[in-house]
Design a protein around this ligand. Structure first.
Ligand code: SF4
Length: 991
């Protein structure tokens, strides 16, 4: 037996007796990773949950959260019946009502609105995995004021990728874990793509000759097992990336043939200062961008794929001065300001470290080329006898995304990938179906509807390509409640959920009549500024009415937000309903092929609640929304969400599920409705997947076989090759408008902002809060990250997960602690210009010395989540959200902007800056601020929450069949026959 910790030991062991009499498959929803699960039931009750070994996402791996789904189901904080507010908002005084009354009330409120002004409904959802339904519902209702949680999560990541490569990380793509030799991960906490990344890292780290570098101010989780940890200063990743690009350019370690074929690097850009088309691509009479072919010294359409293009040199073509866009890129990043030495002080990364990482990337990419002997045909019909890859890959998430400079940083990562020739190649980073998409995808955000009671002309969310796609009035003022797609945040692809309550309560840009929310804890840990947000919920007009007149909310639990809403539509748990994780949304595809999945009810309902999606369809039918009613006005989906999943067609033959379509289930992707579709999914473990032929698995952006297949599946409207946009002309269009060109121009107040931040190549600037309110007074960066064992608020009521963490501490470096004379468990004030929070400290070394961090969403408000009054979550758990702000201070003579990225509107959670002050002995003991308890609705968890006593089986005395055994080896070997002593999968040697 070797010492490989990831090697699976197979041995025969006497294990527990069989304890279940039924096993149902489904999809986990204890976080957003969508792992396959097998739920073991005894007498109809959940006995335990395990990972589904056949499932493409997790291959049997289950995390602590996933196993603890049982306690989610048995939580004492579950809502039990529809509620109508009878006291003031926040009082928690409700009366229970019947569903008929609840739905009639909601229908009255929404129906009146739809007939008058549908845009006065703001419909915003949290970590909703049914956005293709919720977005469609908003479209049919006719409100443009719709979005989900992406604006406060990682829209910078999505937008940065979609405006550069036509794909992005996590749901849109993944490292080629089986082949990559060098992985750089930036700003990734353990909750994102959790089990797939754990599996991938296990694969990577057990192959010889590989390296995993984690760039992250905090060394937890993935960073803790990295071969090299780079403890960068928050918000400076862009500079670090520019320095790497600087080094690669200097050494000419650039994959020019790859860029020539697959990117816009050689496309000719008009370089004429002051011209209305300065900075745009020069195009021929057919609209095709041009390049300069060195083979015959002529300009050619760049879409031919067969030129030997110039990458530098100013020329005159068609009477215009032009340069290849790569020249702009080289001029910018070769500048001395981006040398490793120049950025070292700001990033905190020593120049020799940056230089070495650049050299290692170049060495692996260009000297360790990876070849798969797999013939393939490119988009231009050329046959290649092998696939050549550059085995370096990247993954990044919220740590770099949630800054006010995050969009450009995210773009920089993708540009770096392209420069190295490592996009969708063996060993690189790979797209997951239905990606890649054209850059950017072709859908535009729908314009608000002038007429009442009519649907929008398309989905409310889309991809602007220039000022003409903004949702603004003739004065350039926002037409969306969250100001998405306005001059404040033109590429706000996912909306700005963090601004909805602020804007609605301050009536900026206008008031709304109904706010409809689903699973978003906006009165607590999903708010950037809790004290003020509670004020937005409760703000009243002079006449005593609430400024936000009506709030409808759907949640499964008695969260902090429920007491602030008027009508509560109680949701089920994920183990009690149907769901679909759709190709129309964020499916479970891998780089090997497409996949989607379902949830099925594994236990019956035991209280008067209904699945939100079914309720939404019911409301749609009551409101007579197109597509949700038949011609005679009867509901189109009387069977609820499962009925919709099977029978809805978004376009002919394309529905929520791609598997087993066609009358007999013989088709994939496009096909007639199959009434037995759900049964087929259940037979297959609640998922569908279809592997791509090997010849279509790489170079998807220019792989003829893949592009044709993607078109046939309805993922692409055409099968043209997709070019990477290193230089982004769409951004330049906004910039030209700020310079006074074109019919649609920004109002004067926004011109400088658009000119500055709509640079067609990535830029770096100091995050706004740091620049304006950080400085010497607040010198410490403060970060929150979600624990790997809990997911937002959902873990707070979970008896098992609470045993792992029920109170959080402020982690800080020992050297920073010494400066403040702090020892473990001391109490400290965390202060900034917005307020202060009191917490206990924990000294660590795995953190940047100027950074403090804590787990998010452990601290709860007294009275919520069915917890006892003295629960540690209330008294010692804390949130940094109290001192994060959703608004920046206005600069002199300027308008106040939200604390968001100026391009995408991404909430800048991680720009927080603070100072620390040790508490006096009298101040120690309990966290602050401490809000008045919300009314306690449920008896709570008095004593241990136990389950399963009645479900125990009798010991059969028999042995289990041969199987893999993982975990608890040391504890179990002494009493379980067949298990050898050791640790994990490592067996102690018999020496
Ligand atoms: S990572 Fe864990 S909690 Fe998340 S879906 Fe997978 S098993 Fe469930």
């Amino acid at each position: 037996m070797g010492l490989n910790p990831f090697e699976t030991v197979t041995e025969e062991a006497a294990l527990s007796p069989e304890v279940s009499d039924e096993v149902k498959t489904s999809t986990c929803y204890m976080c957003a990773c969508r792992c396959g699960i097998k739920v073991h039931l005894k007498s109809g009750k959940i006995r335990y949950i395990e990972g589904n070994p056949d499932h493409p996402v997790n291959k049997g791996v289950l995390c602590a959260k996933g196993s603890a789904g049982i306690m989610h189901q048995y939580s004492p904080a579950k809502l039990t019946k529809p509620l109508l507010r009878v006291g003031e908002r926040g009082s928690g005084e409700f009366k229970e009502i019947e569903w008929d009354e609840a739905l009639s009330l909601a229908t009255d409120w929404l129906g009146e609105l739809r007939n008058r002004d549908p845009g006065k409904l703001a419909f915003f959802t949290g970590r909703d995995q049914s956005q293709s339904l919720t977005g469609w519902w908003a479209t049919q209702f006719g409100t443009h004021n719709f979005a989900a949680h992406g604006g406060f999560c990682s829209v910078n990541m999505a937008a940065g990728g979609l405006y550069t490569l036509g794909g992005a990380f996590w749901e849109f793509g993944e490292p080629d874990f089986e082949r990559t030799k060098y992985l750089v991960m930036l700003g990734v906490a353990d909750d994102h793509d959790s089990n797939p990344i754990k599996l991938g890292l296990g694969n990577l780290k057990t192959r010889p000759g590989t390296k995993f570098v984690s760039v992250n101010p905090v060394r937890t989780g993935y960073s803790a097992i990295a071969d090299e940890w780079v403890g960068i200063r928050p918000g400076t990743d862009g500079l670090f990336l520019f320095a790497i690009i600087h080094e690669l350019l200097r050494a000419e370690k650039i994959d020019f043939p790859y860029l020539a074929r697959y990117s816009n690097a050689p496309w000719l850009v008009i370089r004429e200062d002051g011209a209305p088309d300065d900075g745009l691509f020069l195009r021929d009479e057919n609209g095709a961008p041009l390049l300069w072919d060195l083979a015959d010294s002529s300009a050619k359409a760049a879409t031919g794929g067969d030129a030997s293009p110039a990458f530098a040199g100013e020329r005159e073509v068609m009477g215009r001065k032009v340069v290849p866009s790569f020249q702009y890129l080289a001029e910018r990043y070769l500048d001395a300001q981006y040398s490793p030495e120049a950025v070292a002080e700001t990033t905190g990364v020593p120049a020799d470290v940056t230089r070495r990482i650049a050299a290692e990337l170049a060495e692996v990419a260009f000297e360790q080329e990876l070849v798969i002997e797999q013939p393939w045909t490119d988009a231009w019909g050329r046959k290649h006898d092998k696939m050549v890859g550059r085995p370096v890959s990247f993954h990044a998430m919220r740590g770099i995304s949630a800054h006010s400079n995050g969009f450009h940083t995210c773009r920089a990562i993708h540009i770096l990938q392209a420069l190295l020739g490592s996009v969708d190649v063996p060993g690189g980073w790979r797209y997951k179906a239905p990606f890649p998409k054209p850059v950017p995808p072709g859908i535009k955000p729908a314009w608000p509807k002038a007429e009442a009671a009519t649907p929008l002309s398309g989905p409310p969310l889309g991809f602007p390509r220039g000022p003409e796609d903004l949702i603004v009035d003739q004065y350039g003022e926002p037409l969306r409640i969250d100001k998405a797609y306005s001059w404040e945040h033109p590429l706000a692809l996912h909306g700005l959920m963090h601004m909805v309550l602020h804007n609605a309560a301050t009536q900026d840009p206008y008031g709304i009549d109904v706010l409809f929310m689903f699973m978003a804890n906006m009165a607590w840990n999903s708010s950037m500024n809790i004290p003020k947000t509670l004020g937005y919920f409760t703000a009243k007009r002079d006449d005593g009415e609430y400024v936000i007149p009506k709030i409808i909310y759907s949640d499964a639990f008695w969260s902090e937000t429920v007491p602030y809403c008027d009508l509560i539509l109680p949701d089920t748990t994920y183990l009690e309903r149907w769901d679909c994780i759709s190709m129309l949304d964020r499916p479970i595809s891998s780089a090997h092929g497409a996949g989607d999945s379902i949830r099925q009810p594994v236990v019956p309902l035991d209280r008067d609640v209904r699945p939100f999606q079914t309720v939404l369809l019911d409301l749609g039918a009551r409101l007579g929304l197109p597509g949700m009613v038949n011609n005679d006005g009867s509901p189109k989906y009387p069977g609820g969400y499962s009925d919709y999943i099977v029978n809805h067609e978004r376009s002919p033959g394309i529905g929520p599920l791609s598997g087993w379509r066609g009358e007999n289930g013989e088709k994939s992707g496009v096909g007639a409705v199959n009434p037995d579709q759900l049964e087929r999914y259940i037979e297959n473990g609640c998922f569908w997947s279809e592997e791509l032929p090997h010849s279509a698995q790489y170079f998807k952006f220019a792989n003829r076989e893949y592009l044709d297949y993607a078109k046939s599946m309805g993922w692409l409207g055409h099968a043209d090759p997709i070019a990477f946009h290193l230089y982004n002309e769409d951004l330049q269009r906004f910039r030209l408008a700020a310079r006074g060109h074109g019919e649609i121009q920004p109002p004067p107040a926004h011109r400088e902002r658009i000119e500055t931040y709509f640079d067609p190549l990535p830029i770096w600037y100091q995050p706004f809060l740091e620049a304006d309110e950080g400085g010497e007074e607040f010198p410490v960066h403060a970060l929150s990250q979600r624990p790997m064992h809990m997911y937002h608020s959902w873990g707070s009521q979970n008896a098992w997960l609470r045993q792992i963490t029920s109170a959080n501490k402020l982690h800080l470096h020992r050297n920073l602690a010494a400066k403040h004379e702090l020892a473990d468990d001391d109490w400290v004030w965390i202060e900034n210009g917005r307020g202060r929070v009191k917490a206990q400290v924990k000294l660590v070394t795995g953190v940047n010395e100027n950074v403090v961090w804590t787990w998010n969403a452990i601290g709860k408000r007294k009275g919520a989540w069915g917890l006892d009054k003295d629960s540690p979550e209330f008294t010692r758990g804390f949130l940094l959200n109290h001192i994060i702000t959703e608004m920046l201070l206005p600069k002199k003579g300027d308008k106040a902007y939200s604390n968001s990225d100026p391009v995408t509107g991404q909430a800048a959670w991680y720009d927080l800056r603070v100072r620390l002050r040790k508490c006096s002995p009298a101040e120690a003991g309990e966290t602050e601020p401490m809000f008045e308890p919300v009314a306690k609705r449920f008896s709570g968890q008095d004593g241990p929450l136990e389950f399963g006593d009645d479900l125990k089986g009798d010991d059969t005395g028999g042995k289990s069949p041969l199987r893999d055994f993982i975990g608890q080896r040391s504890a179990n070997h002494s009493w379980v026959e067949g298990i050898r002593d050791g640790r994990g999968n490592r067996v102690r040697e018999d020496t």
